[in-house]
Design a protein around this ligand. Structure first.
Ligand code: PLP
Length: 441
């Protein structure tokens, strides 16, 4: 009997021994392709020598100092590097320890920004989308739009959600030919209903992640959102916790949508799993409001800005830039997407294969034509994930896509160092797993 309180207390887990590049090895010596990168985290793969060296060097100097009293070279250099590569005038780095802390911080920063700017303000609500995931702490979960909310509804903030940008199951029943990006226009309807004087921000993932299986919005989606946010004096918050730092084929996913948000939330790929770290990257306008206002963001977490995590992230971001890792994610991602489409769409239970860069998703359906999902009780996502693991492939499953309860999907988010040969190896293993799984339905 273990004394670990696992997430799923009745589930049997693999026991990891070590990792190397895109592979993980269990304690029995079996090798797996980490096609989940944990949860889109290990973007440089496992045991990257440059990052390990930076980590050891900083640990030997000083691992922890508190941000209320100490600054350090690693955080300053990290902030300068991020300012160089971040979109537009986004340049001020607020450091925390993970994705939920980042989105939670953005929520509070947005609220306090209006108080600093206007003296007092009624603006506090954050609008988000259904089929989104912004984290599990209560503020972040209030913005999240998926089943992770259900058991905690009484504890959540009363924040509104708009329609998802979900072309495969368009909530407005549009086809590409008739699409007027109604899902983006839905933001304006929501703001008018709520009253702009109560709304501080709109948060969204530039390419959807854990709650939807790599949904890529219409190419004009973010531009329309930016225009609506400007019109109603609302901050545009770009949650790149999963999509950022190379995963979609650009350092920031929003760059491809030609828009500059007011705040970016980052985590995961920024330190690539070598040390917990998250951040909010703020525009000059927001920073100035704090500087010219009270001068204090009334917030903070103990480990935010610790020198060890910052030194790790600094080495990760340097490797990302020097080795052109985002460009690799773009090229190998496009190759892998094509290969997955030609291989998996042949199976009768695969409805859609989609994504951008190496943020890819596969949606499972009972009927390809009607897109009817399997009932949740059939456990398709979990069972298929299990079969894939037996064939040496780890993916990231999710449910609720079709109607909030039923509808299975999984993410394919391998490390961004994936080569074309490794992509072929991954597709071959997945084809074998799908063939075996098909016989069990
Ligand atoms: C888009 C997005 N935002 C926020 C989070 C929460 O991050 P964390 O699990 O590090 O708290 C996640 C995690 O998957 C995410 O994908």
């Amino acid at each position: 009997m273990s004394n670990v309180f696992y997430r799923a207390v009745n589930k049997e887990l693999l026991e990891v021994d070590y990792g190397e590049g895109i592979y993980l090895y269990d304690t029995a010596g079996k090798r797996y392709i980490d096609a989940a990168s944990g949860a889109a985290v290990s973007n440089l793969g496992h045991a990257h020598p440059v990052v390990l060296e930076a980590m050891m060097k900083q640990a030997g100097k000083v691992a922890f100092s508190h941000l209320s009293r100490w600054t350090s070279k690693p955080i300053q250099e990290l902030a300068d590097l991020v300012a160089e590569v971040a979109p537009g005038d986004l340049s001020k780095l607020y450091l925390v320890s993970g994705g939920s802390e980042a989105t939670e911080s953005a929520l509070k920063m947005a609220r306090q920004y209006y108080v600093e700017r206007d003296g007092q303000s009624s603006k506090y609500r954050i609008i988000s989308r259904w089929k989104s995931f912004h984290g599990n702490t209560l503020g972040a979960l209030s913005m999240t739009g998926d089943g992770r909310r259900k058991k905690y509804t009484p504890l959540l903030l009363d924040f509104p959600h708009i329609a998802p940008a979900y072309c495969y199951r368009c909530p407005f029943d549009k086809k590409p030919e008739s699409c007027g990006v109604e899902c983006a226009q839905d933001l304006e309807r929501c703001i008018k209903t709520e009253g702009a004087e109560y709304v501080a921000g709109f948060i969204s993932e530039p390419v959807g992640g854990a709650a939807c299986g790599a949904i890529v919005p219409h190419r004009n989606y973010s531009k329309i959102v930016r225009q609506i946010c400007d019109q109603y004096d609302i901050l545009m918050i770009d949650d790149e916790v999963m999509a950022g730092f190379g995963r979609t084929g650009s350092l920031f996913a929003i760059d491809d949508f030609e828009v500059v948000p007011d705040l970016i939330c980052a985590a995961k790929g920024m330190s690539a799993g070598y040390s917990p770290l998250g951040a909010v990257i703020a525009s000059q306008k927001i920073y100035d409001a704090f500087k010219q206002g009270s001068g204090v963001f009334v917030h903070g977490h103990t480990y935010g800005g610790n020198p060890l995590s910052a030194a790790v992230a600094l080495s990760v971001v340097r490797v990302l830039i020097k080795d052109k890792i985002a460009a690799n994610a773009r090229t190998v991602g496009a190759y892998l997407l094509n290969r997955l489409k030609e291989t998996l769409l042949r199976f009768p239970f695969v409805g859609d294969v989609r994504g951008k860069g190496l943020l890819l998703g596969v949606e499972i359906v009972k009927d390809k034509t009607s897109k009817e999902p399997y009932p949740l009780a059939k456990g398709m996502a979990a069972r298929l994930t299990q079969t894939l693991a037996e064939h040496g492939v780890i993916v990231y499953p999710g449910t609720g896509n079709a109607d909030g309860v039923n509808g299975d999907q999984f993410l394919v988010t391998p490390p961004l160092i994936l080569t074309k040969d490794q992509a072929d190896e991954l597709v071959a293993a997945m084809r074998d797993a799908f063939t075996a799984f098909g016989k069990t339905i």
